[in-house]
Design a protein around this ligand. Structure first.
Ligand SMILES: Cc1ncc(COP(=O)(O)O)c(C=O)c1O
Length: 362
């Protein structure tokens, strides 16, 4: 067989900062999966899945949990349980729900989305209060607010606990439900030392992703009250998310909770390292909240270059970053990026900024 042409033309990706979803299961995790005790999840009799749900519910201080194939399904099911068709939900305009869930809430739930303008993915309690619609026959009913802790597309910013609680209380005072998209909640915990339970307290629905910084191949756990989880199960089933011997993948989640939570603080530290290396590179622009967790976003607008071209220049040097829109670059650290990788990534991004700046000047 001749050489693989794609291998000849594209350089090997040595440091993958595209997303923390790019991790591969470790040998220890694979062993735990192979040895998992299993049953039928659809009839709630898979012991490993049950153990995982109980563990995450306890971590989040919630009554119950349900295993989901993805975080996207956790968000969708939370919306479906807690809204009616014609209702409105309030999110930030950079949120995963608004931008990259294929408008599932509209397509399946018949819900409209009020996306609040937020430079760093975080809106104030005042902005939220102002967005709640007074009851009127002509208006949609404001039904649910979602907070993304940490923010994803706007750079891993960490919501302030007091603001989260203020928003939760305003929502409840208006008869609304309050939801936490906790895809990276444990990165916020690592960044602040505030417990997951404290962040989740009093929210009506909250979930953790297993397939991001925790390094699992698949899965998320959605939690809330016992009643909420009964209804969430109904939607999981309707959407085709009920499984059979899911203990094989739930075992990865239990393994990650035992072995990978400490890594999240290291991932956050690696982003700070990259941030420090490129903070004064020419033409790059950062939000004031940049570098708070394991994601770093910056604009390359000042270099007069498109994000896709900037990302291609980094990839040519073996560092994969993600272009978001025309001018934003996102870099995300995870357990497959070590300190040396973070140092090299900082140097490569910095060199790319200098090269584009020189080109613009000359
Ligand atoms: C903030 C946020 N919410 C939800 C999701 C969806 O998670 P999943 O990829 O498990 O469907 C993601 C995934 O990137 C995310 O970053």
């Amino acid at each position: 067989m001749g050489p693989n042409p794609s291998r000849e033309t594209s350089p090997p990706v040595t440091i993958d900062l595209y997303s923390d979803t790019q991790t591969r299961p470790t040998p220890g995790m694979r062993a735990a999966m192979a040895e998992a005790e299993v049953g039928d999840e659809q009839s709630d009799s898979d012991p490993t899945t049950r153990a995982l749900c109980e563990r995450v519910a306890a971590l989040l201080g919630q009554e119950a949990g349900v295993f989901m194939p993805s975080g996207t399904m956790c968000n969708l099911v939370s919306i479906l349980v807690q809204t009616r068709p014609g209702d409105e939900i309030v999110v930030d305009d950079q949120s995963h729900i608004y931008n990259t869930e294929a408008a599932g809430s509209a397509a399946i739930g018949g819900v409209s989305v009020r996306a609040l303008p937020t430079p760093a993915g975080i809106f104030s309690p005042e902005a939220f209060a102002a967005a709640i619609r007074p009851p009127a026959r002509t208006a949609p009913r404001s039904a649910l607010v979602s907070i993304e802790q940490t923010t994803s597309f706007s750079g891993g910013s960490v919501w302030d606990l007091a603001d989260m609680r203020a928003i939760r209380d305003i929502a409840h005072a208006h008869g609304m439900k309050a939801h936490v998209d906790g895809a990276r909640l444990l990165n916020a915990v690592a960044a602040t030392g505030i417990s997951a339970k404290a962040y989740a307290e009093g929210f009506d629905s909250v979930w953790l992703d297993l397939s991001k910084g925790l390094g699992c191949p698949v899965g998320a756990v959605l939690c809330g009250s016992g009643d909420f989880v009964v209804e969430a199960w109904r939607w999981k089933y309707r959407l085709g998310g009920a499984m059979r011997q899911s203990g094989v993948i739930a075992a990865a989640g239990l393994y990650a909770l035992d072995h990978h939570v400490g890594q999240l603080g290291t991932d956050n530290a690696h982003i700070r390292l990259i941030h420090a290396a490129i903070a004064d590179a020419p033409g790059l622009r950062f939000d004031p909240t940049a570098g708070q967790s394991n994601i770093l976003c910056f604009s390359v607008d000042g270099l007069g270059v498109r994000a896709a071209d900037f990302a291609a220049a980094c990839l040519a040097q073996g560092v994969r970053v993600r272009a978001i829109g025309t001018h934003q670059i996102r870099a995300t650290t995870h357990l497959d990026v070590d300190r040396a990788g973070a140092v090299r990534a900082g140097a490569v991004i910095r060199a790319a900024a200098h090269a584009f700046a020189a080109r613009a000047a000359g």
